[in-house]
Write a protein that binds this ligand. Sequence first.
Ligand SMILES: NC(=O)c1ccc[n+]([C@@H]2O[C@H](COP(=O)([O-])OP(=O)(O)OC[C@H]3O[C@@H](n4cnc5c(N)ncnc54)[C@H](OP(=O)(O)O)[C@@H]3O)[C@@H](O)[C@H]2O)c1
Length: 228
Amino acid sequence: MTDQNSDAIAILGGTGDQGLGLALRFAQAGRSVVIGSRKEERALAAAEEVRNAVPNAQVTGHGNEEATRLAPIVIISVPFEHTAGTVKAIRDSLSEGQILVSMAVPLATAVGDGAARTVGIWQGSAAEMVDSLAPKGVHVVSAFQNVSAHRLRALGESVECDVVVSGPKAAREKVMELCPLVDGLRAVNGGPLSNARTVEMITALLIGMNIRYKQPDGMGIRFTGLPD
Ligand SMILES: NC(=O)c1ccc[n+]([C@@H]2O[C@H](COP(=O)([O-])OP(=O)(O)OC[C@H]3O[C@@H](n4cnc5c(N)ncnc54)[C@H](OP(=O)(O)O)[C@@H]3O)[C@@H](O)[C@H]2O)c1
């Protein structure tokens, strides 16, 4: 843990649609971003892309294991079907007290079926599966599943989405603090990690609605009646 920057946010699979979108937004907010990839050169190229889009961005690229060691908060941004393998690959790089964020949606595309429905997970949700694989002392939090990658990557525009954050209280609160770094994201306290079951399914619903309403940029969700 000696090389960790307390301000840094690591994004494994930060080379892909959603991960690069978050990397751009967090860098724009002035946070240090660590992009992870299975191939270091892909992470370096993604970091360059962030620097080109966000002048003065604090961003570096590394292999997933090294990226995991460099930040107190590590977001896994790989497709659901590769999530378990990714957690196993970084297991020895995680240390006690780190926060591991699950963003995966168990879309049925993982088994060759459609994107507008999910598959059942033995542990209850993708986030709980991640929790079952993470080492003891690592705090798993569920967040960002309902946020559209297209909207994240449209840097000049507000993302306009609520983010239901679930998991153990102290870690959940730390991840909730990340949401307002992105213009238009609002954190909502989602309680225990098991509520990720509902949150993950909402994404499949949104994907179906994007198709029915012909909304390629992606819809989001907003809750009403929350106190200010
Ligand atoms: N896209 C969205 O709008 C959206 C919205 C909400 C939630 N999410 C969630 O965010 C996560 C990432 O989605 P995405 O659309 O960004 O995915 P993606 O672009 O298809 O892939 C993200 C990254 O995953 C890594 N990856 C690909 N195959 C892999 C494998 N076999 N093993 C390990 N890593 C592999 C790749 O990184 P490297 O090759 O660099 O290792 C890739 O750049 C998913 O869990 C998804 O459910 C996405």
